[in-house]
Ligand binder design. Structure first.
Ligand SMILES: [Zn+2]
Length: 234
């Protein structure tokens, strides 16, 4: 089959490597979160309470805290000014829950202080979405029709997606850095508890690194495929 020979070549190994790295990162964050979900914080504060305390101490009063279903679906939406905490964070009094809640507050604080990478990331969201939606069809179409500029345009769009994942890294690392500083500074967590929260946030940050790495491998593969097809036709 044409499609078969097109996308199941030797470069498929790059996809497999990427999938393995992503799976390890995802397993790691889930198991670390699970481990520290069993450790209660000594002050018995819930994720929601911690988020309220942190936002107030940062002078943020216009951000709503909501509950969201799902596992590790916690996020801060800059457009809506809503901080959403998942079931295992919102009402939970674990060290893991407080780490995640503080991390999301870190994003709200980034928004408040106009942290550059967050602004850049927010602007890039629609571009990245458009790129990841259109890049594969363009590349496929370019190869099938033998129109290499079309395939190259697809690759440029995919580079945009990779760049988006790259600017996500400072945003995520900075939010966790702020979270740990606040949890420590406000005396919400201390000692061993703080170490646990740090481990959860580091594991979460690694999933973003893994996602970037996986995309770079995919990009490399796409370039190899397009180059190979270009050469065969010329
Ligand atoms: Zn985050």
């Amino acid at each position: 089959m044409f499609y078969h020979s097109l996308f199941y070549d030797s470069t498929y190994i790059l996809v497999i490597i990427g999938a393995i790295i992503s799976a390890i990162a995802s397993w790691n964050v889930n198991s670390t979160f699970k481990k520290y979900s069993k450790v209660r914080n000594s002050r018995n504060i819930t994720g929601r309470q911690a988020a309220e305390m942190i936002l107030q101490s940062a002078g943020i009063y216009d951000v709503t805290i909501e509950r969201i279903s799902g596992n590790l679906t916690d996020h801060y939406s800059p457009n809506e000014k809503v901080l959403r905490l998942s079931d295992s964070v919102y009402n939970a009094t674990s060290v893991a829950a407080l780490g995640v809640a503080a991390h999301e507050c870190g994003h709200a604080i980034q928004h408040q202080v106009d942290y550059g990478p967050l602004t850049l990331r927010s602007i890039s969201v629609p571009v990245a979405r458009f790129g990841s939606w259109l890049s594969w069809p363009l590349i496929l179409l370019g190869i099938i029709l033998g129109r290499m500029p079309l395939a190259e345009l697809g690759i440029i769009l995919f580079i945009g997606v990779v760049l988006f994942q790259l600017i996500t890294l400072p945003v995520e690392f900075d939010a966790s850095k702020r979270a740990i500083k606040i949890l420590d500074g406000n005396g919400i967590l201390g000692g061993e508890e703080l170490t646990g929260a740090k481990k959860v946030l580091s594991a979460a940050a690694m999933t973003y690194v893994a996602a970037l790495f996986t995309s770079i491998l995919q990009l490399l593969r796409l370039v190899l495929i397009v180059q190979g097809n270009g050469r065969r036709r010329s």
